[in-house]
Ligand binder design. Structure first.
Ligand code: GLU
Length: 413
């Protein structure tokens, strides 16, 4: 059976603990979130019947700062998954060196089958149900799978109704008009492209000519592909949840996006060959970007990966066993907690702007993000060469050391 994301998070932490000889008491604390809230949200559906939706908010660690992390809307959300994702947020914020901790939320629902009104009522109901454990200095939600600035605007509005005044710092990833940051929408993909540039340099891959395959065409997949294309890379494979397409001569990301908007999917795109999501991962390319969901590269398909460099746009797409196989094969995997940290880092910039009520121009945000991602990459790369471990463990070492230092200073252990 496949490992759950929580099993994966534990296996990764255990491995890191062994390498750095982590204090067992610290290790014990880090295995669990500080708090997990489960809520049942009644929503009046368009057919006049009430349906109750289950939701979670997991708050893992706030030694470095307030809890931070997105809220996903997906039928397969479970409490354990949200717990694992909140643990990964702790490491991600630490790798990015931002003063925030780890949190995550999830709502069990199929947003694609819901009307706009139903989604708004669900979003507001969920936020009202968790409002006593969130706040600009406490826990700051953001977008994740199937959520966007639209949902963040509803979250913010619901929270402000409860407060009686405006507190834009309670969520990030908001529309720019109501306190969002310039550049936040595309930040995860942009950050990933900066990390890809740095990793390619180290591996001797000519970045401007690299061939790239991207699994997933949501916010992260689309913007990763778009910015890689802007850097000059050739995007030869793309996919969404329904399937993928392949064209060795290169795909225009904008054209594929327009096609998807018109037809509902990327398959049958003119001039390209249809492939399944499994086949897509096994295409020969320089750079592979899994940017969909967890558990995509496993012990079953890891030895069929033909990329030289894998950048995890999604959270948890590679299982620990697959990690070992790829490492043995000499394929570098830049882990989620580094590769996709551009999103939460720009969330941090948004939060800082909200707290100061002073807003930065687009170019400034992009420049700051570039600097932050390069620094994070170099920190991890240093640990990678020093400890002679895979990039994921190198990132874990940086993160766990930073978080446990803060825990120690606070006297938690
Ligand atoms: N959901 C994103 C992530 O997994 C962004 C979180 C945030 O901006 O707080 O990193």
């Amino acid at each position: 059976m496949e490992k759950t994301p929580y099993d994966m998070a534990m296996a990764q932490l255990d491995k890191c603990a062994e390498i750095i000889k982590l204090d067992p008491n610290m290790h014990e604390i880090l295995k669990y979130p500080k708090r997990v809230l489960c809520v049942y949200v009644p929503v009046m559906m368009d057919n006049g019947k009430v349906k109750v939706f289950k939701g979670f908010r997991s708050q893992h660690n706030d030694a470095l700062g307030p809890f931070k992390g997105g809220v996903r809307f997906h039928p397969n959300v479970t409490m354990e998954e949200v717990m694992a994702l909140s643990i990964w947020m702790t490491w991600k914020c630490a790798v990015a060196s931002i003063p925030l901790g780890g949190g995550k939320g999830g709502i069990v629902c199929d947003p694609k089958s819901m009307s706009l009104g139903e989604l708004e009522r669900l979003s507001r109901g969920y936020f009202a149900a968790i409002r006593h454990i969130v706040g600009p200095q406490l826990d700051i939600p953001a977008p994740d799978v199937n959520s966007s600035p639209r949902e963040m605007a509803w979250f913010l509005d619901e929270y402000n109704k409860y407060l009686g005044y405006n507190a834009p710092g309670v969520v990030t990833g908001k529309p720019v008009e109501i306190g969002g940051s310039e550049g936040r929408g595309e930040a995860t993909g942009r950050g990933l492209s900066f990390v890809a540039r740095e990793a390619a340099k180290k591996l001797g891959i000519e970045f401007k000519k690299a061939s790239v395959v991207v699994q997933g065409f949501g916010n992260v997949g689309y913007y990763s592909a778009k910015f890689m294309e802007e850097f000059g890379c050739k995007i030869i494979g793309l996919s969404d949840s329904k399937g993928g397409i392949f064209n060795p001569a290169g795909l225009s990301v904008e054209k594929v996006m327009k096609y998807k908007q018109n037809t509902g999917g990327v398959q049958d795109f003119p001039g390209a060959t249809n492939v399944t999501n499994e086949e897509l991962l096994e295409l020969k390319c320089d750079i592979l970007i899994p940017a969909a969901l967890e558990n995509q590269i496993t012990e079953k398909n890891a030895n069929k990966i033909k990329a030289r460099l894998v950048l995890e746009g999604a959270n948890g797409p590679t299982t620990p066993k697959a990690d070992n196989i790829l490492y043995e094969m000499g394929i570098m995997v830049v882990p989620d907690i580094l590769a996709n940290a551009g999103g939460v880092s720009t969330s941090y910039f948004e939060w800082v702007q909200n707290l100061q009520n002073y807003y930065w121009p687009y170019e400034e945000v992009v420049q700051k993000l570039d600097k932050l991602m390069v620094k994070a990459f170099n920190n991890v790369y240093d640990a990678y060469t020093r400890y002679k471990v895979e990039m994921r463990m190198a990132a874990y070492i940086c993160a766990v050391e930073r978080v446990t230092k803060a825990m120690k200073l606070r006297g938690w252990c």
